[in-house]
Design a protein around this ligand. Structure first.
Ligand code: ATP
Ligand code: BTN
Length: 235
């Protein structure tokens, strides 16, 4: 019915009108690799550290079950598949999205999408929230706000699944490739503040082979930040 021609991601799609959180469902159910859980609305959508993710009707809220056979060191790159997939889809709709390392996509510095990767055993759940026609929190944006008109949600869904499937297949063969796509589409060369266990400021210069953010402090010292419990703020 959906007419998806993907090989892994989207082999099976499970749709809900309403759900607590597609990530929770994906984590707690037995599902084959590539299964997509998608819902019109989530009552308990969340981001990192259990922060609330607003998920009213009109947006694209989905999770994908993955079990990639890649070296352990490459697993942190999965979050980038989500972010790059969103940027590619936005481009197809003439919207210029940029990645805010590691898991957000912004348009003119306003958040349009977030990615949340969670693991349970050897199952990895790639969750993506993309504001399409829905109401958004203050300071955020949506595809509808950017384009000035409603966007067909199903076309956005198809585009995103197709892009993610291609990125994932390539990731299984060449896990490093995704890094260049991230570099080309992320916000670099700007001043950022890292908040976490101790905070510091500097210029976001690049990402390394592990996907860590490289920051040059004013002293010239270089720090590498691991995606974990840190938050990044633009200054
Ligand atoms: P940061 O690095 O800025 O802390 P994050 O990507 O780690 O952000 P989370 O900590 O996971 O984000 O929490 C998600 C955040 O996204 C919430 O704090 C909220 O401010 C914001 N948010 C919630 N719903 C939406 C939405 N639909 N669109 C855009 N932003 C949202
Ligand atoms: C973030 O911005 O930090 C991540 C937000 C991730 C939201 C998506 S929506 C689908 C999936 N289900 C959830 O509860 N969260 C993710």
């Amino acid at each position: 019915m959906l007419g998806l021609k993907t090989s892994i991601i989207g082999r099976r799609v499970i749709y809900f009108q309403e759900i607590t959180s597609t990530n929770e469902f994906a984590k707690t159910s037995y599902l084959e690799e590539g299964t997509v859980i998608v819902a019109d609305k989530q009552t308990m959508g969340h981001g990192r550290l259990n922060r609330k993710w607003e998920s009213p009707e009109g947006g694209l809220w989905l999770s994908i079950v993955l079990s990639p056979k890649v070296p352990q060191k490459d697993l942190p790159k999965i979050v980038f598949l989500g972010a790059v997939g969103v940027v590619e889809t936005l481009k197809e709709f003439s919207i210029d999205g940029r990645i805010k390392w590691p898991n957000d996509v912004l348009v003119n510095y306003k958040k349009i999408a977030g990615v949340l990767v969670e693991g349970k055993g050897d199952k990895i759940v790639l969750g993506i929230g993309l504001n399409v026609n829905n109401k958004v929190p203050n300071g955020a944006t949506s595809m509808k706000l950017e384009l000035g008109s409603e966007v067909p949600l199903l076309s956005v869904f198809r585009s995103l699944i197709t892009n993610l499937d291609r990125l994932y297949l390539n990731f299984l063969k060449n896990p490093m490739d995704i890094l260049n796509l991230v570099r080309d589409n992320m916000i670099l060369g700007v001043r950022v503040k890292i908040l976490g266990d101790g905070s510091f400021e500097g210029i976001a210069e690049d990402i390394d082979d592990f996907g860590r953010l490289i920051i040059r402090l004013d002293s010239g010292e270089v720090k590498k930040v691991i995606y974990g419990d840190v938050s990044l703020r633009f200054l």
